[in-house]
Ligand binder design. Structure first.
Ligand code: EPU
Length: 293
């Protein structure tokens, strides 16, 4: 039986997830949707909920590792224009979950609005970035979030004020399945100063991260007051491979997927790193990358 007969126009079957992740890894999703409106999303969500189909929300796939066996559920990608709008009123910016971060950063810089500089060079969607409070050494997206509009897995929509949300280090307490939109409060600033800052941060990353390879950003969170990259490096693991997955020589917290790599290769390499770092430094490295398996 096909659960989504009346949504045939927008459902894809057995969509390869490798097409949608920066790692270019991952088997097929049983169902794959790119809803064109909130009404359509609601229909999909209700149908999945009623039929106990597990839902997986996909952003830009830049911090994601998907099992080679694929996903026995519905992957939902909010990326169509209805979810990708940016509106600016004075220093308040609203962005849909599907907006690409780099576009938001550029747009705000052009408008002379400061606050997103810390997001320079971070790939991903606004929804994904808010969900894990993406950021870096210079700050994170939670610093400028005013409120978030959400939908839970039964299709109920609601809004949360920044005081209701805990933005921790690469985590939030958001339990709802979908982030629909976020509102940010920025500060007026000279566009040239913002552009200069963006350039500096981007250059820093370009020089210290393997940005042109197939990777998913940092694999592990930094343990409190330590750097995961420095620990992996000190453990002598740069360049270590499991088949076609390799620890980057440029930054040890990045895993590079070479030709013919599989998710299994990456997962085995992750385990190897975790056990070596634990043996050597008595530190448990926690994953930053999101794994669907
Ligand atoms: N280091 C090494 N060897 C390495 C890598 C780093 O010795 O192979 C040392 C560096 O020399 C430095 C320290 O470790 O003294 C910290 O390294 P870095 O400045 O590169 O920062 P990071 O803590 O490794 C964090 C974020 C990055 C973000 C950068 C810059 C985490 C896990 N990582 O990296 O975020 O781009 O700051 O803002 O929080 C990501 O989240 O995917 C990511 C790449």
């Amino acid at each position: 039986m096909n659960l989504f007969t009346d949504l045939e126009e927008i459902v894809k079957h057995n969509e390869p997830m490798a097409k949608h992740t920066w790692f270019r890894l991952g088997g097929p999703a049983r169902y794959f949707f790119e809803p064109r409106s909130e009404e359509e999303l609601l229909k999909i969500v209700r149908r999945c909920h009623e039929n106990e189909v597990e839902m997986y929300v996909l952003g830009r796939g830049s911090n994601l590792l998907v099992a080679d066996e694929g996903i026995d559920g519905a992957v939902i990608r909010l990326h169509m224009p209805a979810f990708s709008r940016i509106t600016i009123e004075n220093d308040v910016v609203r962005a849909g979950a599907g907006v690409e971060l780099s576009e938001l950063v550029r747009r705000c810089a052009r408008e002379g609005l400061s606050g997103f500089e810390c997001m320079a060079g971070i790939p991903g969607s606004v929804g994904g970035a808010v969900m894990i409070n993406a950021g870096g050494r210079f700050g994170d997206i939670g610093n400028v979030a005013n409120s978030i509009r959400l939908m839970d897995s039964s299709g109920f929509c609601f809004e949360r004020d920044r005081n209701d949300i805990y933005f921790g280090y690469r985590m939030t307490n958001i339990m709802a399945k979908f982030i629909l939109e976020a509102e940010f409060g920025l500060v007026p600033e000279n566009p040239e100063r913002i552009a200069k800052m963006l350039k500096e941060i981007s250059m820093l990353k370009k020089n210290s991260q393997p940005l042109s390879s197939r990777n998913a950003g940092c694999i592990f969170k930094n343990p409190r007051a330590l750097s995961a990259g420095a620990l992996i490096d000190k453990a002598g693991l740069k360049g270590t491979s499991v088949r076609a997955a390799r620890i980057s020589e440029t930054h040890a917290n990045f895993i590079v997927a070479e030709e013919h790599a599989t998710t299994k290769d990456v997962l085995e390499l992750i385990e190897l790193v975790q056990s070596r770092v634990y043996e050597r430094f008595d530190v448990n490295l926690e994953l930053e990358v999101v794994v669907w398996k």
